[in-house]
Design a protein around this ligand. Sequence first.
Ligand SMILES: Nc1ncnc2c1ncn2[C@@H]1O[C@H](COP(=O)(O)OP(=O)(O)OP(=O)(O)O)[C@@H](O)[C@H]1O
Length: 261
Amino acid sequence: MSAVEPEDCGDGEAARAHRILSVSNLTKTRQQGGISFELKVPALSLRAGELIAVVGESGCGKSTLLDLLALVSCPSSCDGFLFQTQGGAGGSDIAALWKAGRESTLARLRRQHLGYVLQTGGLLPFLTVRQNLELPLHIQGLQVDPIRLNELASRIGVADLMGKKPQFLSGGQRQRVAILRALVHSPTLVLADEPTAAVDRTRARRIVADFRSLAWDGGCTIVMVTHDQPLVDGVADRQFGFRLEQVSENLTRSICLEGEV
Ligand SMILES: Nc1ncnc2c1ncn2[C@@H]1O[C@H](COP(=O)(O)OP(=O)(O)OP(=O)(O)O)[C@@H](O)[C@H]1O
């Protein structure tokens, strides 16, 4: 059974209908040694509290898409790219920020409103679990609420590990801590790149279910990249996939479409 049970949604329903991000007609071109790769995203929108799976084979553009959503990669062109933080007044026009070279504004949006889970956890080895979890709060000058932190840690099954260093945790425990770390500062959007790649299937399914439940309760949206579609079937609210076209000898185009998996 999953360590986290979904809670009563209550007033959260209205908040969850809230659209946090929308992209239209985006293109990102990458070139290497005379070979070009073109990712096209005709339309993608994310709502608060959703778990979105991005599924596809190696090289189809999953990481390229994640980098765009993480605001670290600049679109080559796009008709619209809006980001609306939870409870924030007005949205941020990401396309305009890139165009104007407003790197510091993009960095602030990333720091305050995004969370990341990497394939191998990415925990700092010289810090304890508690210190790793407190780090995103310290970076933003936010107060640590130990009661909330302990409560979240219990819900995801890592409360007994708070004093340990990452090297003394199992792969699954490390990923649970990494997931919690991505959520502690209550981000609007969490981006997870193959977060269960290092654990077996049974653990992976539990982790995804717990991840989903924690994010749902907090009204946070998750975009999770995976090559493993059965893992997210029945758990993800929506799935995006890629249609690959060999346009010419030197150009591969990948079109990201909802339901194309
Ligand atoms: N820095 C780069 N410069 C140029 N081309 C790149 C660069 N990084 C990736 N590519 C190309 O972009 C395409 C998509 O790569 P991407 O890493 O997004 O795929 P992916 O679906 O995440 O793959 P994987 O599952 O193997 O991580 C590939 O054809 C790759 O060769």
